[in-house]
Design a protein around this ligand. Structure first.
Ligand code: SF4
Length: 289
């Protein structure tokens, strides 16, 4: 059965082909219902707009890493970058719609040449700003070394992706040596006040599963991360968010190649939470919160 699906669902990275794959699997599998059916069964017939509280802006898919699970296919050779004109339009929308919170992601958003300018403009508008940071960007040369201080000076909230508290699992997903650099990056953030009591500088971590399975309990993992990161490395943080990987882009390719696609979709369907569907969700660069 797995082979049969794999043959039908050959991976192609453009968005339309990926949507076709998702539709196709629903059509051919009697174990995967349409999202609409799940909503109706939960008594939710439609989504209703509840005002814009957060604007998440992806500044481009240029990144110093190329993680296995990345759902935006980001990497060092990517060229899609949000230009200045579009950033100005975003500012206009933020102003006109009085959006209180702006969540900046990528790729590595700091690699967009207008990143610092954009943060400065958001500060002038007195907006709360979150930056999704992969922690290794600080070590990509002089241009990026002062980022922890820049974040602190501008009062940014940092959401940092750290797949796990061990080198093997983190490096397997993100590349050799990434865990060690991430630890150094977290230390720099701590030194600049992040995650420290009464500093007001929030440092939140994001965990995501390293294979075709869903996250364990957020509370349990947060306790585990807190305990181990402090004991082994002296690192402190505020909260840990657990996320599940979207079955798109590189992660979709992995699911198809490994024959885990249908089983993973079933996990997602069985974990459907109507309360979350009625509220809202948000998303590091290449993973979904
Ligand atoms: S997952 Fe994040 S850090 Fe990794 S390649 Fe994608 S955007 Fe870059």
């Amino acid at each position: 059965m797995k082979d049969e699906y794999h043959k039908i669902l050959e991976f192609n990275s453009d968005p339309e082909s990926q949507l076709k794959i998702l539709e196709e699997v629903t059509r051919i599998s009697d174990r995967v219902p349409f999202f609409k059916e799940k909503l109706t069964a939960s008594g939710l017939t439609e989504f209703k707009p509840a005002g814009i509280q957060v604007l998440q802006i992806n500044l481009g898919n240029l990144c110093n890493q190329a993680c296995k699970h990345c759902h935006v296919n980001a990497g060092p050779a990517k060229t899609e970058i949000m230009d200045l004109k579009t950033l100005k339009q975003c500012l206009e929308a933020i102003r006109n719609h009085r959006i209180p919170l702006v969540d900046i992601t990528g790729g590595a958003p700091e690699m967009n040449p207008d990143f610092r300018w954009f943060v400065g403009e958001l500060r002038k508008l007195d907006k709360k700003v979150i930056v999704r940071c992969n922690l290794t960007i600080f070590f990509e040369g002089a241009k990026y070394n002062d980022l922890p201080a820049f974040y602190a000076d501008n009062g940014l909230e940092v959401v940092a992706s750290l797949p796990f508290y061990s080198a093997d699992r983190t490096d397997n997903m993100r590349g050799k040596g990434v865990f060690e650099k991430s630890v150094q990056g977290l230390r720099l953030l701590n030194e600049n006040g992040y995650g420290q009591k009464d500093s007001g500088l929030m440092l939140n971590l994001v965990y995501n599963p390293s294979g075709a399975f869903l996250s364990a309990s957020q509370k349990l993992l947060e306790d585990e991360f807190r305990h181990i990161l402090f004991d082994r490395y002296g690192i402190e943080f505020n909260n840990l968010f657990t996320i599940n990987n979207m079955p798109v882009s590189r992660f979709l390719d992995y699911l198809l190649r490994s024959g885990n696609y249908i089983a993973y979709i079933e996990h997602l369907v069985n974990a459907f939470n109507p309360v979350a569907a009625a509220g809202s969700g948000s998303s590091c660069g290449g993973s979904i919160v």
